[in-house]
Structures are given as structure tokens and as C-alpha cells.
Design a protein around this ligand. Structure first.
Ligand code: ZN
Ligand code: ZN
Length: 360
């Protein structure tokens, strides 16, 4: 295809500003890029952090990094998808560093620049307001828009019969929770696990713990309605305060980002147990007792995006979904594109666990 086309995009003009849906132009796909007509895009916690300017992204900006849609056109060197294919979008990586070669693109040396900062490579297309560039390429997609330019590595082809609005969040929040349990921790049948925080990532970890055949699945959250949902999804124990969690646990997943929870979490680990750090953490230290970690053979591991390769893991999640073992519809709220601000408000106050924007 030749030339730019007009799109509607939700633009954030400056840090903390509301979304404004406006007409922009998008370039045709450059080498390695894929132009996708967006059908749906989930809202993730990181979108709120970026909207509020807590990461140095280029404003004005188009956010959105759980896109799903139909391929419109592909650039040079893209062979795994073709126009008309249904696709889910995930995070972006360089494809050539040691982590990418090891199918661990979440630890790509370029992760921060290609995802949080939306830095483009030479020759790639972008977004325009007249002659002025608009910040795009966030997580290699910027999918709060009718069209997005994604990349060879972060476009995952899926079957045409799948409900894209339901599956859009697989590309970040759901794969993060499920990947942590199934791939990073490799929870085995009968093992115990505690999940701190019952948001989208934490509840996805609960669903994955059930898939893994975990024995005890304990969930901690301050909100009782989220604990009810956790129990519906298979949690065996719930608690609204750390003091009510009864250890020891073979695995603990922290999705809260609350530093003060980490030392009590370590104390709840079994011998040779592992604490996975999955949340966005504020700067600072957690005051951990080194001797209590060393003497019991405990481990602490940081996890980005579940520690998975989306090209391999998203198809596996779709299999679980088809088998009825990943009931993500229970945590979803779908909003029209024009209601994107409401969707953010509901996500922030916790009344919707995973909001998805639908483009009809
Ligand atoms: Zn995300
Ligand atoms: Zn890389």
C-alpha cells in the first residue's frame, strides 16, 4: 500500500490529560512492520503509569498495548502473517539479543526503549498530526486507535473464529500472570502457592495455578469482591491481611508492588520456595532478611511478562481458553472506544478488573 491513511486515535496530549479521540494519519508499514485494523485493546496498569507521565514517553502520545485485530498490510520481511489474518499483539523485542535468541524476549536488552518509550527503528512508519509526529509505537503497537503499526515479533496469528475482544488482554496482563505460574515458577501438581493481589495479573495467576494442578491456592487482596472472584476461579484460601495467610508456600507471586509486603512474603515461603516479583515497584528497598533467605534455600526472581515467548505461549493460552480452563470472561468489562476515559476510571478504582476497549 502506498501513502498514509487516516485513522481515529485516542491521544493523550500531556501527562495526566484525558483521552481525546481525533483524526491522525498512519504511515504504511515499513520493513518488519504490520498494519493492523484494531478490533479491541485491553487496558493495563502500565497504560495508567504512562498516561500520568511517570515514564519518559513522547507526548502527545497514543497508548494501548493489548491490541487485537485484523492484518491490513505487511511490510518487507514479514511472512508469518498476511492481510486478513486475525492477530493478537504483544510486547516488542529486538529479535537478535541473547535473551531474544533464548525465547525470553521479556528480558530483551532493548525492552525499555521499544516498549515503555516507544522508540522506533530507522525506516519504520509512525503516526502524524499534519506534519507533526505523534508519539506512537508504545509496546511496539499503540493500539488505542482504529489502526496500529505492530512488528513481526509481536504479532501472533490466531484462528479467525476467536472472540478478539475477549482475547486481547492475553498479550500482556493475562500472559504475565499465567506465564509466571506455568513457565517461570513451573508450579507442579500438589504444590502450594500464594498470590498477592487479585487484579487481572493475580487472577490470571489463580487460573494458571488451577491449570497446573496446584494444591493450596491462597489469595491476598484488600477488596472482598475480588476475593469472591478468586474463590470462583479456584482459590482455596483467601485473606484480606497478610497476617491471615497461613504458610508455608512453595511459591508466592507478588502482583501488588507494595514493598512492605515482601519481607512478610519471604517469611511465608517454604524451604526452597520461590517468591516471584511481578509488579511495577516504586524505587526503594524492601528490607529483606538475607539469613532467612540463605538458610532455607529460598529464591527471589523478577519476572517480566511472565517470562514467556508470546509466539509460543499465546497459542497455548488459547488452547486453555478453548478447553474452558481460562475463563477470562469472568474478569472482563468491555467498553466502546468513545468511553475510554470511563474505562480507565473504572480500572483505576477497581470496579472493573480488566477493561477492554472495543472498536465496532
Ligand atoms: Zn501491560
Ligand atoms: Zn532482544
Amino acid at each position: 500500500m502506498a501513502g498514509r491513511i487516516a485513522i481515529d486515535a485516542a491521544v493523550v496530549e500531556k501527562p495526566g490529560a484525558p483521552f481525546q479521540i481525533e483524526r491522525l494519519e498512519i504511515d504504511p508499514p515499513g520493513p518488519g512492520q504490520v498494519l493492523v485494523r484494531i478490533r479491541a485493546c485491553g487496558i493495563c496498569h502500565t497504560d495508567m503509569v504512562m498516561r500520568d507521565g511517570d515514564l519518559p514517553i513522547p507526548f502527545p502520545v497514543v497508548l494501548g498495548h493489548e491490541g487485537a485485530g485484523i492484518v491490513e498490510a505487511v511490510g518487507q520481511d514479514v511472512v508469518h502473517v498476511a492481510p486478513g489474518d486475525s492477530v493478537l499483539l504483544s510486547f516488542h523485542s529486538c529479535g537478535v539479543c541473547p535473551a531474544c535468541h533464548a525465547h525470553q524476549p521479556g528480558y530483551c536488552t532493548d525492552f525499555v526503549s521499544r516498549n515503555f518509550l516507544g522508540v522506533s527503528q530507522p525506516g519504520e512508519g509512525g503516526l502524524w498530526r499534519g506534519n507533526d509526529p505523534v508519539g506512537g509505537n508504545i509496546f511496539g503497537q499503540s493500539a488505542f486507535a482504529t489502526h496500529a503499526l505492530a512488528h513481526r515479533d509481536n504479532v501472533v496469528k490466531v484462528d479467525a473464529d476467536l472472540p478478539l475482544a475477549l482475547l486481547a488482554p492475553l498479550g500482556c496482563g493475562i500472559q504475565t500472570g499465567a506465564g509466571t505460574v506455568l513457565e517461570t515458577l513451573k508450579v507442579a501438581p500438589g504444590e502450594s502457592i500464594a498470590i498477592l493481589g487479585a487484579g487481572a495479573v493475580g487472577l490470571s495467576a489463580v487460573m494458571a495455578a488451577v491449570i497446573a494442578g496446584a494444591g493450596r491456592i491462597a489469595v491476598l487482596d484488600r477488596h472482598l469482591h475480588r476475593l469472591d472472584l478468586a474463590r470462583q476461579l479456584g482459590a482455596t484460601d483467601t485473606a484480606d491481611e497478610t497476617a491471615y495467610l497461613v504458610g508455608p508456600f512453595d511459591h508466592i507471586v507478588d502482583t501488588t508492588g507494595v514493598l512492605a509486603l515482601l519481607e512478610p512474603a519471604v517469611a511465608l515461603l517454604a524451604r526452597r520456595g520461590t517468591l516471584a516479583l511481578v509488579a511495577a515497584y516504586p524505587p526503594g528497598t524492601a528490607g529483606l532478611d538475607a539469613s532467612a533467605i540463605m538458610s532455607m534455600g529460598r529464591r527471589i526472581v523478577g519476572v517480566i511478562e511472565g517470562g514467556i515467548d508470546p509466539q509460543q505461549f499465546i497459542p497455548r493460552l488459547i488452547d486453555y481458553y478453548r478447553q474452558g480452563r481460562l475463563p477470562i470472561e469472568k474478569i472482563l468489562g468491555v467498553y466502546d472506544f468513545v468511553d475510554i476515559d470511563q474505562a480507565f476510571t473504572d480500572s483505576q478504582n477497581g470496579s472493573t478488573i480488566k477493561a477492554v476497549i472495543s472498536f465496532s
